[in-house]
Design a protein around this ligand. Sequence first.
Ligand code: TNX
Length: 542
Amino acid sequence: MNEPVTSLIPLPRAVNGSAGSFRLETTTSLSADPGAEAVSGWLRAALGPATGCPLPPGEGGIRMRLDPGLPPEGYLLDVTPAGVHIGGGSAAGVFYGAQTLRQLLPPAALRRAAISAGPWEIPAQRITDEPRFAWRGVLLDVARHFMPVSDVLRFIDLAVFHKLNVLHLHLTDDQGWRIEVPGLPRLTEVGSWRSASMLGSRGHERYDGRPHGGYYTTADLREIVAFAAARHITVVPEVDMPGHMQAAIAAYPELGNGFAGPVRSAWGISEHVLNVGPEALDFCRAVLDHVCDVFPGELIGIGGDECPTTEWRDSPSARQRIRAEGLAGPHELQPWFTARLAEHLATRGRRLFGWDEILAGGAPPGAVVAAWRGRAPTTHAVRAGHQVVACPDIAVYLDYRQSDDPGEPTPVGTRLTLADVFAFDPVPDGLSESEAALVLGGQANVWTEHLESARRVDYQAFPRLCAFAETVWGPPGRDFAGFSARLPAHLARLDALGVGYRPLTGPRPWDARPDAPGHPRDLAGRLAELHEMTAGLRRVAT
Ligand code: TNX
């Protein structure tokens, strides 16, 4: 009898060990029933190079099939000495069963070329598994630092290795516009690069003096979407508006409120926001039309976070809009604007996805909210009847520092240890059952002000993303000691995959970035700030 396998991440619902083991051989065949063919192709390509097992089609060996009796994303993985059966409630379920199978093999099977002749043994066992949440997301900010397509694809592979299923792609911000839009060439000619980047946090006023830029062509984005779809990941695109728009305004100053300046080099929030005149609205509609053409998912992100109204207070076009629409003041302009975008997306059969700031003044019906300003907005969103994705900064912002060690690279935000991320639960306390049902799941956000390369993203994202995966896949009531016991074996997998994760022992000397100093925050201070920031939502709720 094998001991139940204890090193899988995320932890499956049930693992029952049995006698003996299955050995993957060069002669092992792989068959897939209708609906599971694509997953078998994926597994063949994933395992072949490292194991030398080509997994030719044929009976016996590994068999994959759909099993309508299982939950849609659930699977049943049966390993016996005679063969491996993977049943899935859908192709996605089969795919997750195949991901589990990969984790059950020795780590050398995860490499991209053969360094070992095996034996490729898998202990006999039966695993039944299904996710707790439908939205198991990760945000990648490719606006602050552009990430080449190959690195995005690699990141997708790492996300699905942990059974995540949503990639929220933050495509535009004050510091860069990363999506080519037909008919608007200056967005990429001008908006996709900046002359320098800030080194470290604001307040230190240091710059690197080096241009940074890059953007995705339509073909690039279609490749990302198709690569993700083949791995059962939905890409949710985000074009942030009406704030976080300085790069677009640098390209087309007529979109702004008189600002005529460059793409922003400093981090932080720009006061240079979109105007609310008819041309600016047409611009947004044209951009969203293109986004809808490229991204087939139902949800389209319009951002909506952190939009200062400073410029609107003095802007003739804003005053005119306020008068014409009978609004009470500049603070009602953003809800008005967001409602227009939601209407437009509805004409394309899509729904609006926005940060929790869109709740102020009432979010459009059917909008899905990304609740990030601490935990309270998740509750506010569901009480306002919205589906919500919980991504509180103080729990799952992976740009935040991983310890108090002064050697952490550019330490920003509150301390967010591996245990802190593991303790996250997307459903806040105090929700009724029907309210809790509106919580689609959770999302870890990788903001990249201080992450200029895939290597830096690896350090911030891992192993915390492994802990996050358990919070959205596993049932509630998980235990950190058990996770910690499974982690070393999982880190050996990440080593084989070439992931530059943060060592559990802390940063190495070369992880420090003394040239890019941070700005550590304490939790009490941040909580007070979040309380203040979300006061408007509380007024609406009461
Ligand atoms: C807040 S989360 C932001 C981002 C920053 C992040 C840094 C959100 C909707 N806005 O623009 O990158 O903090 O942690």
